[in-house]
Design a protein around this ligand. Structure first.
Ligand SMILES: NC(=O)c1ccc[n+]([C@@H]2O[C@H](COP(=O)([O-])OP(=O)(O)OC[C@H]3O[C@@H](n4cnc5c(N)ncnc54)[C@H](O)[C@@H]3O)[C@@H](O)[C@H]2O)c1
Length: 255
C-alpha cells in the first residue's frame, strides 16, 4: 500500500461502521494516525483497537463533544491534518414529505447537516494553526439527483452538506485548507442493507439505474476518501466528488 498519509493525523466520524470503518482501515494502512469518533462505543473502540488508534465516543450533534473531539486529537497527536466528517443516519420514518413529521425531519438534519457544520467549525482552527488540512464531508449522490423514492430530510441534509463544503472550500483555499464533498452512490453497508432487507423490490428498482450494475463496496468509497485526504488531490477543493458507479451520468443503462 502506498504511504500517502504517513505522519498525518486523521479524524473519522462514524468510524465504527460502513464507509467510516473502511476508511479508518484505509487511512491506517496508508500510514495515518487515526482517531475513530462514533456514538457506539463497542464498534468504535473495536475499530480503533484494530488500528492502534484512539477512540473518542462522541455524539456529533453535541457542540461541546465535537469541540472536545478535535481538541483531544490535537492534545494526543499534536496536530490535525484530515477530518472525514462522515457520520449520518437514514431512518425509515424519513420518507415522503407528505408523511415525514417534523421530529424525524429535525433529527436527520441534526445528525447529517448540523454535525458537519460543528465538525468543520471546530476542525478548521486546528488546521489554520497547522497551516494546512483536508476536510472531506460525506454528502450523497441524492444531493445531485432527485429520487421518486423520497427520503426528504436526508436529501435536503445532503444538499446542505454539498453547498456548505463548496463554500468552505472557497473561503479557506488560500490558507491551504481544502474542503471537498464526497458523494457516494448506493453502498453495500448496514444502512442500505437494513433498508432493502424489508423490500427487495426497492433494491431492484434502484439497481437498474446504476451503469456498473451493482452497489459500491465500502472499500471503494474509502479509496476515494484516501485520495481526497492525500496530497494526490492537492488541486481539488470545493468539489462534488461523485463516486457513484455512473448513476449521475446515465440516461439509459446497459441491459
Ligand atoms: N450507505 C450508502 O448507500 C450511502 C450512500 C451515500 C452516502 N452515504 C452516507 O455515508 C455516511 C456513512 O454511511 P454508512 O452507510 O457507512 O452508515 P453506517 O450506518 O454503516 O455507519 C454510520 C456510523 O455513524 C455513527 N453515528 C450515527 N449517528 C451518530 C452520531 N450522532 N454521532 C456519532 N456517530 C454517529 C453510527 O454509530 C455508525 O457507526 C453517511 O453520512 C451516509 O448518509 C451512505
Amino acid at each position: 500500500m502506498v504511504q500517502r498519509l504517513e505522519g498525518r493525523v486523521a479524524v473519522v466520524t462514524g468510524g465504527g461502521s460502513g464507509i467510516g470503518l473502511a476508511t479508518v482501515r484505509r487511512f491506517a494502512s496508508e500510514g495515518a494516525k487515526v482517531v475513530v469518533a462514533d456514538l457506539e462505543p463497542a464498534t468504535g473502540k473495536a475499530a480503533a483497537d484494530e488500528m492502534g488508534g484512539l477512540f473518542v465516543q462522541v455524539d456529533v450533534t453535541e457542540e461541546e463533544q465535537v469541540k472536545a473531539l478535535f481538541q483531544t486529537t490535537v492534545d494526543t497527536y499534536g496536530k490535525l491534518d484530515v477530518a472525514f466528517n462522515n457520520a449520518g443516519i437514514s431512518p425509515p420514518d424519513d420518507d415522503s414529505i407528505l408523511t415525514t413529521g417534523i421530529e424525524a425531519w429535525e433529527r436527520v438534519q441534526k445528525v447529517n447537516l448540523t454535525s458537519v457544520y460543528l465538525c468543520c467549525k471546530y476542525a478548521i482552527p486546528h488546521m489554520q494553526a497547522n497551516g494546512k488540512g483536508s476536510i472531506i464531508n460525506t454528502a450523497s449522490f441524492v444531493a445531485t439527483m432527485g429520487a421518486a423514492t423520497s427520503q426528504i430530510s436526508y436529501t435536503a441534509s445532503k444538499g446542505g452538506v454539498l453547498a456548505m463544503s463548496r463554500e468552505l472550500g472557497v473561503q479557506f483555499a488560500r490558507e491551504g485548507i481544502r474542503v471537498n464533498a464526497l458523494s457516494p452512490g448506493p453502498v453495500n453497508t448496514p444502512l442500505l442493507q437494513e433498508l432493502f432487507a424489508k423490500d427487495p423490490e426497492r433494491a431492484a428498482r434502484r439497481l437498474v439505474h446504476v451503469p456498473l450494475g451493482r452497489f459500491a463496496e465500502p472499500e471503494e468509497i474509502a479509496a476515494a476518501v484516501a485520495f481526497l485526504a492525500s496530497d494526490d488531490s492537492s488541486f481539488m477543493t470545493a468539489s462534488n466528488f461523485l463516486v457513484d458507479g455512473g448513476i449521475a451520468g446515465a440516461y439509459v443503462t446497459p441491459l
